[in-house]
Write a new protein. Structure first.
Length: 395
């Protein structure tokens, strides 16, 4: 069945035209047939369709592409957040408390929470989600996490190298043997990506190289957590190995920025992390002006960024990272698609997947202009419509 979205006041296509990176159309229409977009243009030129949806001047954007999340886990870390707000510094070691709760949870318990987070994300306009493991840190639980993630998304990342678990304290190299051996064997069939937390307190550069190269040998594509807690060599390693993305990038040297700008690696910024940890915000203006491809993701996780709202992350990126509203929307849509090396999402054009979000607002600028207000009213995922948070959806 074909569906025509018409009378769109502002349509963000992400098909660049001249100086307009977002390829904005006014008084526009979009034709959906099945799972794909088949036509985009002026409403006055729109073809006939089986069903017509009148946008009544509202803005329509591509569905958000959240290229970094950790939404399969057990437990809660609200007390840690409270302590941090009282002055305690964030450290990677808090992950271990989530590991204990996740190991103790059943598949059904983890599955229910996972689907709840997905519903939150969808109601706020997110139509594609990457999901990482990393809260199991043993063969059995890591396999469970990637298997459950694979039930809901093709964008599954094996992150056995999140931190060294307590039972391997002072034996990090032995744990890397496990990550690159039996654990990889169990998880690779469900995963598309391999990731590592290359950071002081997590994994060294040589250990990170071992993890990434082992995953690549099994056909997984590298992604890297790097330069979150301080400057390091993780960015250079990621670029050398052709990683799809480097995530965090809070502390980048000029050499890091130059290497990123000269590469195909996307830098994924995670505004919710700096908001929650009170670390310095990365300077997105510096990155964009240098020619670095930038994405925005939520990094939904119980420790350092427990938000599932891409509109919130857009607002923070605009206010505190030096991005314009248009740059932030592009980073949360087309930028996320690039970080996942997808050429079928993040853009509204004929042939693309019919993943769109309609706003209860006349312009995408309202995503940053009205922080905290539920503005997504309808979402189309593969051509199927659901209610957004502004229209009674779960959020």
């Amino acid at each position: 069945m074909s569906i025509l979205l018409t009378n769109i006041g502002e349509l963000t296509t992400n098909v660049a035209t001249g100086d307009d990176l977002l390829g904005t159309l006014h008084d526009a229409a979009v034709l959906i047939d099945g799972e794909r977009i088949t036509w985009v243009g002026q409403a006055s030129d729109a073809p006939a369709a089986d069903e017509v949806v009148d946008a009544s001047g509202r803005a329509v954007i591509p569905g958000f592409v959240d290229s970094h999340s950790h939404i399969v886990f057990g437990g809660d870390r609200a007390a840690e957040f409270e302590a941090r707000m009282a002055g305690q510094k964030y450290a990677a070691g808090g992950i271990r408390s989530t590991v204990a709760a996740t190991r103790a949870a059943s598949d059904d318990e983890l599955r229910a929470r996972l689907r709840g987070f997905l519903a939150e994300m969808r109601a706020q306009g997110t139509t594609t989600v990457e999901i990482k493991s990393g809260y199991g840190l043993d063969v059995e639980t890591e396999e469970r996490l990637v298997r459950l993630a694979a039930e809901v998304t093709p964008e599954v990342t094996y992150l056995g190298a999140h931190v060294v678990p307590a039972e391997y304290a002072d034996r990090a190299d032995e744990y890397v043997d496990l990550v690159t051996g039996p654990m990889l064997d169990a998880c690779a069939p469900y995963a598309k990506w391999i990731d590592v937390f290359c950071e002081t307190g997590a994994f060294t550069v040589p250990q990170s190289r071992r993890v990434l190269e082992a995953g690549m040998a099994r056909g997984l594509v590298p992604r890297v957590h790097a330069s979150q807690l301080g400057p390091g060599e993780g960015v250079q390693l990621a670029v050398e190995l052709g990683a799809a993305s480097i995530d965090h990038g809070t502390y980048l040297t000029d050499a890091d920025v130059a290497a990123l700008a000269a590469s195909d690696t996307v830098l994924t910024l995670l505004p919710g992390v700096e908001f929650s940890t009170r670390q310095p915000y990365p300077d997105a203006r510096r990155l964009i002006d240098a020619g670095v491809a930038v994405a925005i993701a939520c990094d939904t996780n119980p420790g350092s960024s427990f938000t599932s709202s891409m509109p919130f992350c857009i607002a923070v990126a605009v206010r505190d990272m030096g991005m314009t509203p248009s740059e932030a929307v592009w980073a949360a849509t087309a930028g996320g698609a690039r970080a996942l090396r997808r050429d079928d999402i993040g853009v509204i054009a004929a042939g693309m997947r019919a993943d769109l979000a309609m706003l209860e607002a006349p312009s995408r600028v309202h995503l940053a202009y009205r922080p905290g207000v539920p503005l997504v009213t309808k979402i189309w995922k593969d051509g199927v419509c659901s209610h957004g948070a502004a229209d009674g959806g779960v959020a």
